[in-house]
Write a protein of this length. Structure first.
Length: 131
């Protein structure tokens, strides 16, 4: 029970960070918002942000599996990476968009997820910013 409560708190903080970062990236057109999304993902997975930013998709999945929380957070991480890929595309950074999308797709494949599914906590934000 304690571990579940801790995980819920970690996810809640992650969701709050995503909300702030996506608003900055989309509403203000600030690439720093994309960096903050990536920082939030790296923090959630307890990875160094510089390491995370260049990980091959399969390597990211392996590190998620080793962390022990990969399955619990895969829906959130996949969503964040897929949406930040959209933002990078809109900003004209095709290379970063391609890597983030490949990472999201690898997570989707490894954990049987669905990138078209929006986590409940992010539904309102998604409709507002991406709808």
């Amino acid at each position: 029970m304690l571990q579940r409560d801790y995980l819920l708190e970690v996810i809640a903080r992650f969701v709050e960070a995503l909300m702030r970062a996506f608003r900055l990236a989309i509403e203000k057109g600030d690439e720093q918002g994309c960096k903050q999304v990536e920082q939030a993902v790296a923090d959630l997975l307890e990875l160094d942000p510089d390491t995370f930013s260049v990980l091959a998709p399969n390597s990211l999945v392996q590190l998620m599996e080793l962390s022990g929380i990969g399955e619990s957070v895969s829906e959130y991480v996949g969503y964040a990476l897929d949406r930040v890929a959209d933002v990078y595309e809109d900003m004209g950074d095709g290379a970063t968009a391609e890597l983030r999308r490949a990472q999201a797709e690898a997570i989707e494949a490894a954990y049987g997820g669905d990138l078209t599914h929006v986590p409940e906590e992010l539904d309102e934000l998604d409709r507002e910013l991406f709808g």
